[in-house]
Design a protein around this ligand. Structure first.
Ligand code: H79
Length: 588
């Protein structure tokens, strides 16, 4: 198909204008019911696949241009080798459908500015910059339409390292010295319009924004106005503007994590199958299919969607480990899909010892991740179901009775398989919920004999959804994107007196004014969080002095005062050191 064929749209953009908001809102229902989708990160970065100048970059191959500081004049040569002759959208769509996915979101343009579609706004696009020379999105849209799969577009609206958009951190190429407003008018807004008007009335089904650096309220409003003009009510994520509250979109987007607390509105966890989003030749950290299935269940049990990523190779094929994982997930979904599609969150506010639950009408699905001892499953429900059945083995005997206000389900003594096992319960009426054991709290931190206290990231209770424990072996609290979220430590304090407070944290840029407040035992210290040189450059900085009384559970919190560009900070620890008798006097 030629670029022109794809670019010509028989229905035209006006069909959007004919849709009422109610119809559009009703359109959100499909998204909630879908529960499971495929993310696709594809672009010229699949050519170097995470390697440049003999150096291997892992973690995020789509960031290679940024990580290796490759000038645009050199990076463009990767496009000359981007010729995905094996690209067969039907195969992609079949892989998604067979895995039980109901929608697909593909990177129309990532931060490297490369467009997977013909564009009049920049020649840095597949039709003009590659030997392939034609649209990649159109054929995928067609294949999705034929298969009844919805398709959304990811579009990096702010960062563009090639066309003069914004650049996270230091710039490295003169082409990046540009007026950001001019960039929005010249590239981003025209391309967004192209994406909204080229492929048909319901395409894209979702707009997936990312990294809103420099997207002030004014600029976000300008982009949103351009969207609403052609696609009123367009389903969008929450990453359009810097101030999320101003353009909240339709759903939250926890990235690479599942929120500990159920968000109050629609949400979608996006997750990689290995570590990188784009194809990365050296990345062999593939998640086992059983883990992907467990994550899907956890997300669904909290009422969210799971957007699982594939990074296709430059030739247009999916890496074999991704295909294998999709096949395994598909095998599971064919048996257990009814616990996923069209369900809503289970009645239990968090994970129970054995796993997760979801609901649809009179059905409740118990998704068992850890097989209970002897096959005896305890569920905090006060009413008996009419029927109980193992989806993987409908003939297997499943007993149930209520003992001491707990529904006890008798299952086979050992787990039938490695992946999550689903028990479907059918109730005559809405079952009453029993006492749900309270969420286990991180233990109270004891004060060592020398009186010093290290409040570490890993020991914090996380309040709110917009803060996560990251960093693996060397943990820190990050992705801190809302003032609603903060860490809380409880300390058993036996030594009264004054303490010096220090913070181990990282932020890239210099910031003016108070970023967070450290609240300890009723006292409050402002904390300014000046730049440390990068999100990974942790520094130890003084925050002041507090005077504390002993207590069994003294609460200590770090509460954001605002969310500066990007995030509040990455926080590794708060340290308290008792002052020598005279040392701190003047500071108080
Ligand atoms: O498209 C995927 C990511 O490329 C994108 N969002 C998902 C869906 C994303 N953009 N920015 N971020 C995620 C967060 C920023 C991560 C960074 Fe880094 C940390 C940029 C620089 C340090 C990881 C490590 C990426 C490059 C090096």
């Amino acid at each position: 198909m030629s670029a022109e064929q794809v670019m010509s749209n028989p229905t035209g953009s006006d069909s959007y204008a004919n849709k009422t908001n109610v119809e559009r809102d009703a359109g959100v229902e499909w998204w909630r019911d879908a529960r499971f989708g495929m993310f696709i990160h594809w672009g010229v970065y699949a050519v170097p696949a995470g390697e440049y100048g003999g150096k291997v970059f892992t973690g995020a191959s789509e960031w290679l241009m940024h990580q290796a500081k490759i000038p645009a004049s050199e990076y463009r040569h990767f496009a000359e080798a981007f010729n995905p002759v094996a690209y067969d959208p039907e195969t992609w769509v079949r892989a998604a459908v067979d895995a039980g996915m109901k929608y697909l979101v593909i990177t129309a343009k990532h931060h490297d500015g490369f467009a997977l579609f013909p564009s009049k706004a920049s020649t840095w696009n597949v039709a003009e910059a590659t030997p392939y020379g034609r649209d990649l999105l159109g054929p995928l849209v067609d294949a999705c339409r034929r298969a009844g799969l919805r398709i959304g577009f990811y579009y990096s609206q702010a960062q563009d390292w090639f066309n003069g958009g914004s650049v996270f951190g230091e710039k490295w190429d003169p082409v990046q010295e540009n007026d950001f407003d001019a960039y929005l008018d010249r590239v981003a807004i025209p391309q967004i319009r192209e994406l909204l008007t080229t492929y048909g009335p319901d395409i894209p089904a979702v707009l997936w924004w990312d990294t809103p650096s420099d997207m002030t309220p004014d600029r976000a409003a300008r982009v949103d106005a351009a969207v609403q003009a052609v696609a009123p009510g367009m389903l969008q994520n929450d990453r359009l503007g810097l101030i999320r509250e101003q353009h909240p979109g339709h759903f939250d987007t926890p990235e690479q994590r599942i929120p500990a607390n159920r968000p109050g509105r629609a949400w979608e966890t996006c997750m990689t199958t290995n570590e990188s989003w784009g194809f990365c030749a050296s990345d062999n950290a593939w998640k086992p299919a059983a883990l992907l299935i467990r994550q899907l269940c956890e997300v669904v049990s909290q009422g969210g969607n799971y957007l699982l990523n594939i990074g296709p190779r430059a030739d247009g094929t999916f890496p074999e480990p991704s295909l294998a994982a999709l096949r395994e997930v598909g095998d599971w979904m064919r048996v257990n899909g009814e616990a996923v599609h069209g369900t809503s969150a289970g009645p239990f506010p968090y994970r129970l010892p054995w796993g997760f639950a979801s609901r649809r009408d009179r059905m409740m699905y118990l998704m068992i991740d850890e097989w209970p001892v002897g096959g005896l499953l305890e569920v905090p429900l006060l009413d008996l179901p009419e029927t109980a059945q193992l989806l993987s083995d409908p003939e297997a005997p499943v007993g149930f009775r209520i003992v001491d206000n707990v529904l006890r389900i008798t299952l086979p003594a050992s787990a039938p398989g490695a992946a999550v096992c689903v028990v479907a319960l059918r109730f005559a009426a809405e079952p009453r919920i029993g006492n749900i054991p309270s969420r286990p709290r991180p233990p109270v931190i004891p004060q060592p004999a020398d009186g010093s206290l290290a409040l570490r990231a890993a020991d914090a209770e996380i309040i709110g959804d917009h803060l996560s424990l990251l960093g693996g072996e060397d943990p820190f609290l990050g992705c801190w994107s809302s003032v609603d979220s903060h860490p809380l430590w409880r300390v058993s304090l036996h030594r009264a007196g004054t303490y010096r407070v220090e913070v181990i944290y990282a932020v890239p840029a210099h910031r003016e004014g108070t970023v967070a407040e450290i609240r300890i035992g009723g006292q409050s210290l402002p904390f300014a969080a000046t730049g440390t040189g990068g999100w990974g450059e942790f520094c130890r900085a003084p925050a002041g002095v507090v005077s504390l009384e002993p207590g069994e559970e003294v609460e200590m919190r770090v509460i954001p005062a605002c969310v500066p560009v990007g995030a509040v900070m990455n926080l590794r620890a708060v340290l308290l050191t008792p002052c020598a008798s005279n040392e701190c006097k003047e500071e108080i």
